[in-house]
Design a protein around this ligand. Sequence first.
Ligand code: LIP
Length: 255
Amino acid sequence: MELGLETAREAGALALSYFQRAQNGELQVTTKGTQDWLSEADGAVEMLIRKRFAEHFPDDGFFGEETGSTGFGQGTWVVDPIDGTANFVRGINLWCISIAYYQPDGAKLGFIYEPVEDRMYSARSGAGAFCNGQPIRVSGQADPERSLVILGYSHSIGVEPHLDTIKRLARHHTEYRRLGSAALALSLVAAGRVEAYYEMELNSWDCLAGLLLVQEAGGVCTPFASREFIEKGGLVLGCNAAFADHLYKLFEIGA
Ligand code: LIP
C-alpha cells in the first residue's frame, strides 16, 4: 500500500512535467488507432512505475497498457500510466494515473491519482475506499430523473450500440457525460459525485483500480476478479447500490 501510494505520486510528478509541455504544444503525439492517442509521456511514466515495482517486488508480475505483460506472479500490478490520454495530449485536465494490485482471487489494492489536483484515491480489498485519506461512499440516489451516468466509448464497438445506450438513458431523463477517462469516472462514482460509469468494452488497466474503489465504497460492479477479465477486459458497470437494479435492466446486463 505504501509503495503504491509513493509510486503513484512519483509517476504523477513525472506525468505533470509532460502535461505542462502538452499545454504548450511541445509534446510528441501519435495515434495507435482511431481516436486512440499516445504520447512520449505514456511510455516514460509506465517505465518508471514498472521499475519501482520490480525493484521492491521482483516476484510480482506487471501488466501495463504500453509495455504489456511480464506474466502473472504471486501478484500482478495492472497499470494505466495516463488514463485520459486524449485529454492529456490536448492539455485538458481530465486524466489520472491508475494502478491496481491483482492476485488470483481478485484486485487487492487500487490507486487513482490526479496530479494537477493532488487528489489521491485509494482502496484495499475489505478495508474501504478513501480520497486523500478521508473515507468515501457511493451516492444513495436511485431516481433516474435525478441521476447522472458517465459513459465510456471506444470506436471498436461501433457507433450504433453507443447511440442506443444514450437513447436508453435519455428516455428516462437520466443525465450522461463522456469524460474520456474510465478511472477518473469510477473514482467519481466511488466518491458519490455521480451514480454510475458504464462502458461496453474496456481494458482492465483502465478500470481495475476504479472498480475496486467503487466496490469498497459500497457500490455494485460487474465481475472484475477473473484472470480472463485482466487479460482481455470486457463490459464494465460500476454504480451505487440503489441504482444498480435499474441500470442492469436498462442495459440488459446479464439478460
Ligand atoms: C481511455 C479509457 C476510456 C475509453 C477510451 C480510452 P486511455 O483510456 O479510460 O474509458 O473510453 O477509449 O480507452 O486510452 O486514455 O488510457
